[in-house]
Design a protein around this ligand. Structure first.
Ligand code: BGC
Length: 919
């Protein structure tokens, strides 16, 4: 009893004063948890510190890395010793050179600002794949008879090989990639949970391979490996023009090597080579991203991927030679089955079609579970919306057939889901069989990004908007950021990605996702610095007047790296993208020349800005139009200013000076050309150019002289009011509109826009039942009629860019460029009486941030959490009396306390705080 008592006292003391107050968690290598596919010489290591105490920071750390879990001296490859640093993310490995295919164990300990040292953390691991690209032993293999896809015929190839293993397998890895899509199986089971592999990259320059732990899938004795090969993004008909000729090579192929370690210490490789067999007579008769998949189960080969299968009727593959230096490990998250939905309703449309409503515009496909007569054909088509009369509507899919067809084999319960296509849909039509909800499961597929942001408030419509923004991100982050997931497009449009990147980094951890895509961008960027309109560049100049280099589109090369740097604090990413960023600015500099005024006339401009119904497109009357040269000049200035920030961060002093000079010159030219003495934007060739977007860009990009800024902001507000609190912005103005209003003291107007229910507005689609973000403000009119079908996606994330303002102003969580990755950040919510509460959180690289406020009787309660090893500057707008944790505000808890026109401002250390203030 006494012993127990003593033990509890010691435990209590230990916990109150001892090292246990600071804990280390969430160790990652290259932002991945215990990865097995690291190919970098100096992978970056991160950890999080958690503590219930306030004001905790790290003053030093020590990392140790070994090749055995006991960290004995023989196996130690790095002991960083005590490193004085307050950074707990992305510290590069600096030990002995890493070896390929080696497992590394690592731990970290930290010293905190209260003179305490933690123990070493729990052990985390990483494993290397190949540090160089000449370690590929496998040969590329290709079916000899390659049928170029014609219309409805594009069979998936099946490849296989039997092999025998001499001993018990204790460790096995498969390294796999392909030209086209692949799905690998071992002894009858699919390898891994990844889908749509090997993903989408600038294939000629970068081709991802996947690494799988297959230890438990192999056995001593006879084994079999099998693979399906499909058209995919490599050869399939992808791109606006539905290219008839393949974009890359005309041949699909597979590259796979499996490393096996036996219990007896020996090891061996199973590789793709000329001994593999293939057939084109399998069940997948057609597979195309836009058109769908046709699967005839009567053509299945039972046991084809098991050792006992007789493949004597199958043909021999041929070996092929490709440059393996393009092979890269996968930086971004895997594309996977993320969640499953059941239909909320199965019904007949007025036209008599059997339709299932999934209740959510989703991306992925349907899994069918059916039984019936052999040869029965079930046809599933996909649609995002029903028309005015409630009929199935597919006109907006343009030429994408988006159809999945399954022929039953007729032996009991059959389960089928497609492998090599995906659809964007809320509704499916069912033909050929009467199915009910039990037969149908929606499989939601996207890049498996870790969710990081949450937002909720007292207005259910805004909550639905937040959900729509997140679903827009899910469906369009499928290995590359796409414009839309449903019609015959689904491309990595640069402008869309640029516009939405900041919001996306609140919702999910997109660090790896964009790090990967930015490498493809740099790879596909032209020598002169110009940037293709879509990345990967599958249009390759084929898209008429949108051949890239468009203001707001090409600027992705600068805006996204900078945005990622702010959100994740990865200086190395900025460094590796710097040449690409500079390339784009230099390209513009050269093109625009010494006038500093862009002569842009083509391209999307402020794409899909709002044109009031009563104004004809051609009349030139005042709609939301903004001159393209104006936009070009403004973005030229903006990208230059971000390049200056990047150069300063990377300590490139000369370039800071050079581009600062350039920025100033653009600014002077901009003002001379476009702005009058009263801060109004002048007409161009008699055509008004004083659109909302024009004011927004000038103000957001700091292009106007100080004294004209408030005037310009007032004109913007005037325009909004004159439209009855409506916006008129397109893709380029929308993301900054509310930010500019907040910057100039019009947050109330921004709230009016956010909460506006009639179009154009963010909530109008919500009132129409939208479950994703629409491409257009008026995609479907209140009477149920549609915008023009050729450009009317119901899942286009661009306008979801309001999410950034919602997190950064409504919830008030904002980065600090001086200490990125939320090392220091701002908590500065701007409460409004139009909402009674807001709750928001963000999993930042350092830890979990929280900001939640509530208004009651002129009192605001703000609860905020600042993670250990970070600090925040908190602003309480218009605060009169303030309490902290129910007691009078004690200044000793905070630093740099000031009363400014923004309110009471002060710096806080880590911890959880509850403020109550009157205003
Ligand atoms: C895409 C847009 C894209 C635009 C640019 C459209 O077809 O869907 O989102 O940015 O073209 O021209």
């Amino acid at each position: 009893m006494i012993r127990l008592f003593l033990a509890s006292v010691i435990f209590l003391l230990f916990n109150t004063f001892g090292v246990a107050q600071v804990k280390l968690i969430a160790l990652t290598c290259e932002n991945k948890t215990n990865p097995i596919d690291i190919s970098y010489a100096q992978p970056k290591l991160s950890w999080k510190i958690i503590s219930k105490e306030r004001n905790i920071s790290q003053v030093a750390y020590q990392i140790r890395v070994a090749t055995t879990p006991n960290f004995n001296s023989n196996s130690l490859v790095w002991d960083s010793k005590k490193v004085t640093s307050n950074i707990s993310i992305l510290q590069p490995y600096k030990g002995e050179p890493l070896k390929s295919q080696q497992q590394y164990y690592w731990q970290v300990k930290v010293w905190d600002n209260k003179n305490r040292t933690t123990n070493f953390s729990e052990t985390a691991t990483w494993e290397t794949s190949f540090l160089t690209t000449n370690e590929w032993k496998a040969k590329w293999i290709e079916p000899t008879m390659q049928v170029l896809p014609v219309d409805d015929k594009s069979p998936a190839y099946m490849l296989r090989k039997t092999f025998s293993l001499e001993n018990k397998v204790v460790f096995a890895r498969a390294y796999v990639t392909s030209h086209g899509f692949y799905e690998l199986s071992l002894n009858g089971n699919k390898v891994g949970t990844e889908l749509l592999t090997p993903g989408w990259t600038a294939f000629q320059k970068r081709l991802q391979y996947q690494t799988y732990d297959v230890t438990n899938m192999l056995k001593s004795g006879d084994n079999a490996v099998g693979a399906f090969l499909g058209e995919g993004w490599y050869r399939g008909s992808v791109a606006l023009l539905r290219l008839k000729k393949p974009i890359h090579s005309s041949k699909l192929g597979l590259l796979c090597q499996i490393y096996v370690k036996y219990a007896n210490g020996k090891s061996e490789w199973i590789i793709t080579d000329g001994s593999w067999k293939y057939t084109t007579n399998g069940p997948i008769i057609m597979n195309q991203i836009y058109d769908g998949e046709t699967y005839d189960a009567t053509r299945e080969f039972t046991n084809w991927n098991n050792a006992q299968f007789n493949d004597s009727n199958w043909k021999n593959v041929q070996e092929a030679n490709y440059d393996n230096s393009v092979l890269v490990t996968q930086d971004g998250p895997k594309v996977q089955n993320i969640q499953e939905l059941k239909p909320i309703k199965v019904f007949r449309t007025p036209k008599g079609l059997l339709v299932a409503d999934m209740g959510q515009n989703m991306v992925g496909w349907i899994r069918l579970r059916v039984s019936g007569k052999r040869g029965t054909i079930v046809t599933i088509r996909h649609a995002e919306v029903l028309d005015q009369k409630g009929n199935f509507y597919t006109d907006n899919l343009r030429r994408a057939k988006a159809t999945m067809t399954y022929t039953l084999k007729g032996d009991g319960i059959e389960v089928y889901e497609p492998k090599f296509t995906f659809f964007g849909f809320r509704y499916i039509s069912i033909e050929g069989m009467d199915l009910n909800a039990d037969n149908i499961t929606g499989v939601v597929v996207h890049s498996n990004m870790k969710p990081t942001g949450t937002f909720e408030c007292s207005n259910p419509l805004v909550n639905q908007l937040q959900s729509n923004i997140q679903w827009g991100q899910k469906g369009n982050f499928v290995d590359v950021p796409t414009d839309c997931p449903q019609r015959d497009e689904r491309l990595g449009w640069t402008g869309d990605a640029q516009v939405f990147a900041r919001t996306s980094a609140f919702n999910y951890d997109v660090s790896g996702f964009f790090a990967k895509w930015l490498k493809d961008l740099a790879a596909d960027q032209k020598k002169d610095g110009s940037v293709p309109p879509v990345i990967p560049d599958v249009l390759n100049g084929l898209n008429g007047n949108t051949t890239g280099n468009n203001p707001g589109w090409g600027d992705v090369a600068v805006i996204v790296p900078w945005t990622m740097y702010l959100s994740y604090g990865d200086k190395q990413l900025l460094e590796s993208q710097y040449a690409s960023m500079k390339g784009w600015v230099d390209y513009n500099s050269k093109k625009i020349g010494e006038t500093y005024i862009s002569k842009q006339v083509l391209g999307p401009g402020d794409w899909l800005y709002y044109i009031p119904d009563s104004i004809s497109k051609l009349s030139g009357a005042k709609d939301g139009f903004t001159d393209k040269g104006y936009i070009g000049t403004a973005f030229f200035a903006y990208s230059t200013s971000l390049l200056i920030d990047a150069a300063a961060t990377l300590n490139k002093k000369e370039e800071v000076a050079k581009y600062t000079d350039l920025f100033e010159k653009i600014k002077v030219a901009f003002n001379n050309q476009y702005i009058d003495a009263e801060g109004r934007i002048k007409p161009i060739n008699g055509k008004p150019n004083d659109s909302q977007t024009a004011y927004v860009l000038a103000l957001m990009f700091n292009l106007l002289p100080q004294q004209l800024q408030p005037k310009a902001a007032a004109y913007l507000v005037e325009d909004i009011k004159s439209r009855g609190n409506h916006l008129s912005t397109g893709f380029l103005g929308t993301p900054y509109l509310c930010h500019v209003l907040t910057k100039y003291g019009y947050t109330d107007v921004a709230y009016d826009l956010l909460l506006q229910k009639t179009y154009p507005s963010w909530l109008f689609p919500v009132t129409m039942g939208a479950t994703t973000i629409w491409e257009r403000w008026d995609g479907q009119k209140p009477d149920g009629t549609f915008q023009t079908p050729s450009m009317n996606s119901f899942n286009h994330y661009a306008y979801g860019a309001i999410g950034d303002w919602i997190y950064a102003v409504v919830a008030g969580i904002e980065t600090d460029p001086g200490q990125p990755g939320y090392k220091h950040f701002y908590i500065q919510p701007q409460p409004t009486n139009q909402l009674s509460y807001v709750k928001s959180s963000l999993v930042s690289p350092y830890g979990d941030i929280k900001s939640a406020w509530e208004i009651k009787n002129k009192t605001i309660r703000l609860e905020t959490t600042i993670p250990a090893n970070t600090t925040a500057t908190i602003t309480l707008p218009k605060a009169i009396t303030v309490k902290l944790d129910g007691k009078p505000f004690n200044k000793a808890n905070f630093k740099n306390i000031k009363t400014t026109e923004k309110g009471l401002v002060f710096d806080a250390g880590s911890g959880n705080y509850v403020f109550e203030y009157t205003y």
